[in-house]
Design a protein around this ligand. Structure first.
Ligand SMILES: Nc1ncnc2c1ncn2[C@@H]1O[C@H](COP(=O)(O)OP(=O)(O)OP(=O)(O)O)[C@@H](O)[C@H]1O
Ligand SMILES: [Mg+2]
Length: 309
């Protein structure tokens, strides 16, 4: 750690989460209610200060850009871990709401499509966010040791053809990363760690992966990822994509989302922290049999994409 960073860490306030209620748990840590106004996202021990600071900075930059999300406060020490303090949204996750009101799944899917389209119209300061298309290409290069030349080229090709689009993307858009306030009937984004700028298909692909593709293989795991069952998830996804494209060229849109969803899945060995080589090989076997790396899996729709974004 540089001297400056060390100084920041030394000056950081320390908080105790003893007795605080857990309100959420995810891949990188736990979220606790601090008081009526604030929550703290405590990252697992070993996750460096810079990672926590970066997530908090993204959330702040997003809010300043006009993205509806929680106010972010400071990064603090919690024992051996770091945590980021945020405004407590008086809301529940959209997945919790849909679970309670399954009859509103289609409506909420359409609202998600609208929300994503609005997000994608937000003006972005490219100095403040990462270029996610480049990030994906870097990930492909980090996968080279596992892949044949043809497989690497196939992945690079689909990311290359996204061009130099500068759309703001959420990076992990699904109903467990959206909060819904019944009082104001308002949807808000959370979990902005992967937000950056790039092509809308990065978001649509990622959403297709968690809401549709995963469930085709392991439907029973879908509630674990996004908090709703696979059948409901499909209802939400179908309505989301319909609304996003105003009902036009939906079949082409779904094929494209499938391509970018399966491409992302193939890159999981370098996206999921600390994945063993054995697990990485398992992922790739899946991708080679029924996924992006299968020789018969056609990516020409991505090369010839005529959709307007
Ligand atoms: N600002 C907030 N106000 C109220 N509840 C929140 C807020 N932020 C997060 N939560 C709750 O905590 C849960 C987890 O938060 P979040 O999605 O940011 O973390 P995560 O999924 O663990 O993150 P990651 O995907 O980085 O592992 C949310 O689903 C939600 O229930
Ligand atoms: Mg989350």
């Amino acid at each position: 750690m540089s001297e400056n960073k060390q100084e920041t860490v030394n000056k950081m306030r320390e908080l105790s989460i003893e007795g605080c209620e857990i309100i959420g748990e995810g891949a990188v840590g736990k979220v606790y209610r601090l008081d009526d106004e604030t929550i703290i996202k405590v990252f697992a021990p070993g996750i460096p200060f810079e990672v926590v600071q970066e997530e908090k900075n993204i959330a702040r930059n997003a809010l300043v850009s006009g993205v509806p999300t929680a106010i972010s406060f400071d990064v603090v020490k919690v024992g051996k871990s770091y945590g980021a303090v945020y405004e407590m949204l008086k809301a529940k996750t959209l997945s919790a709401f849909i679970k309670e009101h399954p009859e509103r799944a289609a409506e909420m899917g359409r609202r998600m499509g609208h929300l994503l389209k609005e997000l994608h119209k937000t003006a972005v300061d490219t100095n403040k966010f990462v270029n996610v298309c480049n990030l994906f290409k870097e990930r492909v290069l980090r996968m080279e040791k596992y892949l044949s030349k043809e497989e690497t080229d196939k992945l690079i090709t689909v990311y290359e053809c996204l061009g130099t689009c500068k759309t703001i993307v959420h990076g992990d858009f699904h109903p467990k990363n959206i909060m819904y306030t019944e009082e104001n009937d308002e949807l808000l984004f959370i979990d902005l760690a992967d937000m950056g700028y790039g092509h809308p298909l990065i978001d649509l692909g990622g959403t297709c992966l968690v809401m549709d593709i995963f469930g085709r293989f392991t439907p029973e795991r879908v509630p674990h990822y996004i908090g709703i069952d696979y059948k409901t998830s499909i209802t939400v996804w179908e309505n989301l994509i319909y609304e996003y494209f105003n009902g036009d060229n939906i079949e082409e849109a779904k094929i494209l989302a499938d391509i970018y969803g399966k491409a992302k899945f193939t890159l999981f060995p370098v996206i999921i922290p600390g994945m063993s080589e054995k697990d990485a090989m398992g992922f790739l076997m899946g991708s080679r049999s029924g996924g992006f790396l299968n020789k018969d899996y056609d990516i020409t729709p991505a090369l010839k994409c005529k959709l307007e974004f």
